[in-house]
Design a protein around this ligand. Structure first.
Ligand code: UN1
Length: 512
């Protein structure tokens, strides 16, 4: 561990050697395999720790359950105060946490800071929400009766998250869960253990000074997939919120459904942008560039398909190729870098495989080669690729978690919409147009079939205030803003009779 990492961890308050198991505020070393956390920047070892084992799961779930039983009785606005203080702590540690995100996920500093800002934003959102967990009052059909609904805390929530948003996705889930009166058990990606340990410690620091917070509200299990599987199987966890690959989500959905629990899934995307004849081309290039190469193509919302009107395809392609040629690729911590490394060799191999397959399916590949010079040794750097395709072949319909932008041409808007929706995933989408009819049609019921549909804004980089998630193989879940909080609570419908009679619903007579 280098000095700077040690300093950062110390400032956050992580005691001594980082541990894989956080049972409330108690840290415990796991008894599992040794996990060596390496930086995608240069392959340097960041941390070595022993992973959690299946034996840790039971104790953690019990602790989370006990904490929940107390936490659910704390008034929601007080729970909000706890989250407000977490937001303050995140503001204080913003740069430190962003540095850990860069070291472990390889994000450029701007995007790492943006990710921590998403955490702060969701804290603020959750604080407001803590006074607005509204239920309806409903007119009863019976005289002297009142119908209403209440939202009650649900239980310990299992959160499974991916390497690419190693802190924000946990915060989306946890901050809502906390104000909703739930406790959290987090199984992060094994690729980003220090991010998870830092988040857990920040919550611990705040919890220790807040007497109403029961110990065990926030828990951490760093380990292999078997840990996630054990959580999905656990009867005491009413909701599993999982972010990651489609195969992972399918497995989670099946297991959780088998015990009639709830799952909230945010899985793969294959996000497209339609560029119509009336589009502002300069804006199109800028928004496509950020969406396609930001986070080195490793966002769920990354732009993967560009569907361009045939009259402007050549011009747009020229501008894009020109921009791609000038991309500063390299150490994500250096000022000016816009594209950092891929997360690991497997990601690089998958990208190269996809490019070869695209070529064999008739594609013309521009760039996409691994970069070995003027980048830190030991990292997987690559030149983001543009691939011209005649049609949406099989490879285009898959999500390859790397910066590959497939470009296709269209003639009619109907054709573009059809192409747009002809993939199994349905997360995010965009149309670039200055024609109000085209714009409205795209976000209408006959337009984009995705959970997110934007106009003159790329598909990535959503704000936290809206509900985040998508349809089809993206899994159907909604996290973050709007009324996503409802997933973290249980609804009770109450009928109250304040009369001296006992009329039955539907006018049923039932007298002895
Ligand atoms: C993800 O890639 O899993 O909209 C989340 C965005 C970010 C969140 C992405 N706010 O790109």
């Amino acid at each position: 561990m280098t000095h700077s990492i040690q300093d950062v961890l110390q400032r956050i308050g992580i005691p001594g050697q980082p541990s894989a198991v956080g049972i409330g505020t108690t840290w415990q070393a796991g008894a599992g395999e040794v996990l060596t956390g390496k930086s995608p920047i240069d392959g340097e070892t960041l941390v070595t720790l022993q992973e959690a084992t299946l034996g840790d799961v039971g104790l953690v779930v019990d602790t989370a359950k006990n904490a929940f039983l107390k936490w659910r009785q704390v008034p929601a606005p007080q729970r909000g105060e706890f989250v407000r203080l977490i937001g303050e702590a995140l503001r204080e540690h913003k740069a430190d946490l962003a540095a850990i995100v860069s070291w472990e996920a390889g994000k450029i500093t701007q995007e790492a800071l943006g990710e921590v800002q998403e955490m702060i934003d969701i804290c603020d959102f959750a604080v407001g929400l803590s006074r607005q967990l509204y239920g309806y009052t409903i007119a009863s059909e019976r005289p002297g009766h009142r119908l209403m609904e209440q939202w009650h805390p649900l239980g310990p929530i299992g959160v499974i998250s991916a390497f690419n948003f190693p802190v924000a996705v946990w915060a989306w889930n946890s901050m809502l869960a906390f104000v909703c009166g739930d406790s959290v058990i987090w199984k992060p990606s094994e690729k980003t253990p220090l991010c998870a340990i830092a988040c857990q410690q920040i919550v611990n620091n705040v919890a220790q000074d807040f007497p109403e917070v029961p110990d065990g509200i926030s828990n951490l299990l760093i380990g292999r997939a078997e840990i996630g599987k054990a959580l999905t199987e656990h009867q005491e966890i009413p909701l599993i919120s999982a972010t990651g690959s489609i195969p992972m989500g399918r497995a989670v959905a099946k297991t959780v459904a088998g015990r009639l629990g709830r799952s909230l899934l945010e899985l793969g995307g294959n996000n497209a942008m339609i560029v119509t004849e009336s589009a502002d081309l300069e804006m199109t290039v800028r928004s496509a560039l950020f969406s396609a190469v930001g986070t080195c193509g490793q966002r769920c919302t990354t732009l993967r398909r560009l569907i361009v009107h045939e009259t402007l395809a050549d011009q747009l392609l020229d501008s894009l190729k020109n921009a791609y040629q000038r991309l500063p690729i390299g150490n994500p911590l250096s000022a000016g870098t816009l594209v950092g490394p891929l997360v690991d060799q497997a990601a690089l191999d998958a990208m190269q495989d996809a490019l070869r397959t695209a070529e064999s399916q008739g594609g013309t590949v521009h760039y996409g080669n691994p970069i070995l010079e003027d980048v830190p040794a030991g990292g997987c750097y690559v030149h983001p690729a543009i691939v011209e395709m005649h049609s949406q072949t099989e490879i285009v319909q898959q999500e390859t978690f790397a910066p590959i932008l497939y470009v296709m041409r269209y003639r009619t808007l109907e054709e573009a919409f059809e192409m747009h929706n002809q993939v199994p995933q349905g997360l995010s989408s965009a149309i670039m147009t200055n024609d109000i009819r085209e714009a409205e049609l795209f976000i209408s019921p006959v337009g984009s079939d995705c959970g997110i549909a934007n106009v003159n804004v790329g598909p990535s980089g959503a704000e936290i205030g809206g509900a985040f998630g998508g349809e089809k193989e993206t899994g159907g879940g909604r996290e973050s803003g709007s009324d996503s909080w409802k997933a973290y609570m249980r609804r009770t419908t109450n009928t109250i009779n304040y009369s001296t009679e006992l009329p039955l619903a539907q006018g049923i007579e039932f007298n002895l």
